[in-house]
Design a protein around this ligand. Structure first.
Ligand code: HXC
Length: 258
């Protein structure tokens, strides 16, 4: 498959997608998002892939939705074209884990795209912001909803209303990113984490992702009930028996992803 704005690689059981529109700091236009969705769906359907990584350049994960394009759109363009919903929402239906490896700017839609991933690992030069208010608009790909869940209402209000940038240290302290690593080691550290995840039983990993995501959508009792049903169902998998017997026999587990 050839792509205009992304690079796609397979590294053993890890699928790596690199945003590649450097002239505009990976500004997110429709073609780029179509390509990202298609590549993620492709990896999601690929039995040989257990985890995916989405990254950008050292300077920018993505500096936001493409302002040049948005400046031309009217209401009917975005409504009839199903803007954002059409080629962003499918990302939240990807069943395998996606790690965002963020260096440099993750602004507006860039921050929202990172938050659509399951884990954000940041380089020490990462900068996060929701600066849409400066453009006379507002976050439109989940920023006002996912940011408060990640960093608290006060900090989300602060970021969305003042448009200020949050550096990597603050982002880690606030819980937006799971960890911060030196820029030079970002990709190797993220790939290592992705390889670890991909070495586990794929269906079990998918169940864990599904269960954690359910916590965003339900109350505690309902969420725990959902988790318990999935937990019970792991007892029907060959990999659960393999993992437990491997521990008891003091040997590494060999998961068959079933
Ligand atoms: C289109 C963009 C862009 C964007 C940068 N560029 N961000 N083009 N859309 N979001 C372009 C610039 O116009 C410029 O093109 C080139 O990238 C390099 O950017 P510079 O500004 O020259 O670089 P620098 O001085 O280093 O400043 C970097 C920056 C700044 C701080 C990231 O570019 C910036 O503030 N960008 C806009 C960030 C933003 O407002 N994002 C939110 C967008 S709204 P030329 O041709 O001049 O070289 C949004 C809505 C989300 O995301 C809702 C739905 C998803």
């Amino acid at each position: 498959m050839s792509h205009q704005y992304i690079l796609v690689q397979k590294k053993d059981r890890v699928g790596l997608i690199t945003l590649n529109r450097p002239a505009v700091l990976n500004a997110l236009n429709d073609t780029l998002m179509d390509e990202v969705c298609a590549a993620l769906a492709h990896f999601d359907a690929d039995e040989e892939i257990g985890c995916m990584v989405l990254t950008g350049s050292d300077k920018a994960f993505a500096a936001g939705a493409d302002i040049g394009v948005m400046a031309q759109y009217g209401l009917m363009d975005v409504y009839k074209g199903d803007y954002i919903t059409r080629n962003w929402a499918p990302i939240s239906r990807i069943r395998k884990p996606i790690i965002a490896a963020v260096a440099g700017y993750a602004l507006g839609g860039g921050c929202e795209l990172a938050m659509l991933c399951d884990i954000i690992i940041a380089a020490d030069n990462a900068k996060f912001a929701q600066p849409e208010v400066k453009l006379g608009t507002m976050p439109g790909a989940g920023g006002t909803q996912r940011l408060p869940r990640a960093v608290s209402k006060a900090k989300a209000m602060d970021m969305c209303l003042s448009a200020r940038m949050m550096d990597a240290t603050e982002a880690e302290r606030a819980g937006l990113v799971s960890r911060v690593v030196p820029l030079a080691q970002l990709l190797s550290e993220v790939i290592k984490t992705a390889e670890t995840i991909a070495s586990y039983s794929l269906p079990i990993v998918m169940m864990i992702k599904e269960a954690v995501n359910r916590s965003y959508e339900t109350g505690l009792a309902e969420g725990v009930h959902f988790e318990r049903r999935l937990f019970y169902s792991t007892f029907a998998s060959e990999d659960q028996k393999e993992g437990m017997h491997a521990f008891l026999e003091k040997r590494p587990a060999h998961f068959q992803h079933k």
